[in-house]
Design a protein around this ligand. Structure first.
Ligand code: A3P
Length: 288
């Protein structure tokens, strides 16, 4: 239980000195022994970066049709699914993980066989989204803190998957150091701004059909409203959440941080960002 300074705590799971969500230890351990397949597609992103959105895009693109069941069983996260369940999935698998680069399943780095989709999001919007996630997923996190007390926890990486900065530094460096990894880079903001074009690029990367009609159909089926309406109904999380609104589809906007950050928090965050991200890549904040 990580204390937030306001008298509340966030429950996480510590495994080999790293912070994970309170998933079954067996599934977390499974990350180390994960068997990759040549046709695996894996969305890699820090939590709350739009993983479900891009995961669904990948799933439809790989299927080559949007006419597949819309039931989201949430069975794609490597660290949250038992190894035998992952093994039983037919190829090509569309998976995701929030693991830091250095914690990636060994086979992925050794064989460099899978296709990875590396997704980033403005870390301020991630902070707000993660706060709501931590507050709403009561059964996992037991968190009752307020935004002002959560902010330092997030900035200091005292959350599951730890610091956004460390995560992003690790991935940016990892991609640079491994030019033969098959990685497609995209961002939540780019997907918002130019959805059709981004989905088309993704389709090209995955070797999926790129015709206008199919791409437009994928864009349509993965819109926020469409996913919230169809998938939200079946979301496993909703039950744990005990609310009508599934937590994976909260607001779906760029720049919501402005409704949460105080001026002081925004300034503090900018300063830390400048310092932490220096030399990583000219990584301008998206929504200034
Ligand atoms: P907000 O909390 O800002 O609304 P993840 O899937 O990585 O957990 O990310 C969740 C975030 O992505 C949430 O952000 C959620 O609303 C947003 N999201 C989910 N599906 C989306 C979609 N189809 N289009 C845009 N945003 C989506």
């Amino acid at each position: 239980h990580l204390p937030d300074g306001g008298g509340n705590t966030l429950k996480v799971l510590k495994y080999k000195d790293r912070l994970w969500p309170a998933f079954a230890p067996e599934s977390i351990r499974g990350v180390e022994t994960f068997k990759s397949r040549d046709d695996d597609v894996i969305v890699v992103a820090y939590p709350k970066s739009g993983t479900h959105w891009v995961w669904e895009m990948a799933r439809l693109l790989l299927a080559g049709t949007t006419d597949v069941p819309t039931i989201e069983k949430d069975d794609g996260m490597i660290e949250d699914v038992f190894p035998d369940v992952l093994e039983a999935q037919p190829s090509p698998r569309s998976l995701n993980t929030h693991a830091h680069f250095e914690l990636l399943p060994k086979e992925i780095l050794e064989k460099k066989n899978c296709k990875l989709i590396y997704l980033t999001r403005d870390p301020r919007d991630v902070a707000v989204s993660y706060f709501n996630h931590h507050r709403k997923l009561v059964e996992y996190y037991e968190y009752k803190g307020q935004w002002k007390d959560y902010f330092p926890l997030y900035v200091n990486g005292k959350v599951d998957y730890e610091s956004w900065f460390a995560y992003t530094q690790g991935w940016e460096q990892g991609i640079k150091d491994n030019p033969d990894l098959k990685v497609h880079v995209t961002s939540y903001e780019a997907l918002h701004e130019n959805t059709n074009e981004e989905v088309k690029k993704l389709a090209q990367f995955l070797g999926a059909p790129t015709d206008e009609v199919f791409v437009a159909d994928v864009v349509n089926k993965t819109s926020f409203d469409s996913m919230k309406a169809s998938k939200g109904k079946n979301e496993t999380y909703r039950e744990k959440d005990k609310t009508e609104t599934p937590i994976m589809y909260r607001k779906g906007k760029v720049g919501d941080w402005k409704n949460w950050f105080t001026v002081a928090q925004a300034e503090q965050f900018d300063a830390i960002f400048e310092q932490e991200m220096k030399g990583i890549r000219p990584y301008k904040l998206y929504t200034n």
